[in-house]
Write a protein that binds this ligand. Structure first.
Ligand code: NCD
Length: 339
């Protein structure tokens, strides 16, 4: 096995690979990238950092934000990209196995960023690449219902920045609402909560979409407190963070989502007075009607910032993978960046 595979940042496959030091380091690095990108000189510097690298974006599941933010993160760092967004245009249609296709991409590029409906494919690709002559890092940009680790990292960054004058994520009460059963964002984020001190999780979902037992068992094993409810209104005043998600009906087997009453799992203007003044409202997007658009103007709504943070965090991840993170200048003195 190549020695590079032993570093936590050769591949990004699932959130369980991150500890507190890595997360704190990634948040600090993300802020540094954002700050450098504020000036023309900084942008020119960033564009030269990885100009010798090429990336493959293999996205065979629909994506807007994750694709665009990775693509723009690559452009920011000078990385050239090629892409496949539809498996029917690649040789899979000729009967090539997914792993053979991925191995082919690895012949041409320096990193593979992949979103697929198959769970575990990113890990299988990473295992394969660890054993070939030219190992290529794999970034999991969403693997079916299972994981979305780079989303979880940008969510952590958004939470940490939002709570930075209140001691960060430690000690906070954070609710996740919606389709917790099939939502890979909330699953990935839940795994990370154990690295923070005294976090209370509240899972708000209809019975059909409750958080799966594997995540709850993980939380119990690591002593992370969680409760489950169907009553958003009753828990709203206690929340520091509310992470709303949409129903993932693309995974329906027979229209089961349409039979679930979702009316109690939506956030509207009428709920905002019951929330803490310093609470944050997040959503990985895309949204349907689970957050009313009027909520967007409330300063607690952080989802548009969260979306933009995705580009900065993904750029930070790429610098880390290629070992140029140490070249990003750090600010001296007080952090004057926005949240
Ligand atoms: C999420 C996803 O793809 O899991 N979107 C994203 O990457 N921001 C959430 C979703 O599609 O509901």
């Amino acid at each position: 096995m190549p020695s590079s595979a032993a570093t936590p940042f050769f591949h990004v496959l699932k959130t369980q690979q991150f500890d507190r030091a890595l997360l704190d380091g990634m948040c600090e690095l993300t802020t540094a990238v954002r700050r450098v990108a504020k000036t023309r000189e900084g942008l020119t510097f960033l564009r030269g950092l990885l100009a010798d690298k090429r990336a493959m974006l293999y996205f065979t599941q629909p994506s807007t934000r994750t694709f665009l933010s990775f693509n723009n993160a690559c452009q920011l760092l000078g990385i050239q990209t090629s892409e496949i967004r539809d498996a029917s245009t690649s040789s899979e249609i000729k009967g090539e196995s997914l792993l053979d296709s991925l191995r082919t991409f690895s012949s041409y590029v320096d990193v593979i960023i992949m979103r697929t409906k198959e769970e575990g494919l990113a890990e299988s690709a990473a295992n394969l690449f660890d054993h070939i002559r030219r190992p290529v890092p794999v970034l999991n940009a969403g693997s079916g219902k299972d994981q979305h680790p780079t989303q979880a990292l940008l969510d952590i960054y958004t939470l940490e920045r939002s709570f930075r004058h209140r001691g960060g994520i430690d000690g906070k009460t954070i609710a996740m609402m919606g389709d917790l059963k099939r939502g890979r964002t909330v699953r990935s984020l839940s795994y990370l909560m154990k690295v923070y001190k005294d976090v209370n999780l509240v899972f708000i979902a209809p019975p059909a979409f409750k958080m799966e037992e594997d995540i709850k068992a993980h939380l119990r094993e690591y002593g992370v407190a969680y409760t489950e409810t169907e009553d958003m209104e009753s828990v709203l005043p206690s929340l520091d963070g509310l992470y709303v998600t949409r129903i993932q009906d693309e995974y329906d087997q027979g229209g089961e989502s349409s039979k679930v009453d979702l009316s109690r799992f939506k956030l509207g203007m009428e709920h905002l007075p019951r929330m803490r003044k310093d609470a944050v409202i997040m959503h990985p997007l895309p949204r349907r009607d689970e957050i009313h658009p009027d909520v967007d103007e409330d300063p607690r709504a952080k989802y548009w910032r969260q979306e933009r943070n995705g580009m900065w965090m993904r750029a930070a991840i790429l610098t880390k993978i290629f070992g140029v993170d140490g070249q990003i200048p750090r600010a001296s003195g007080v952090d004057s960046m926005d949240d």
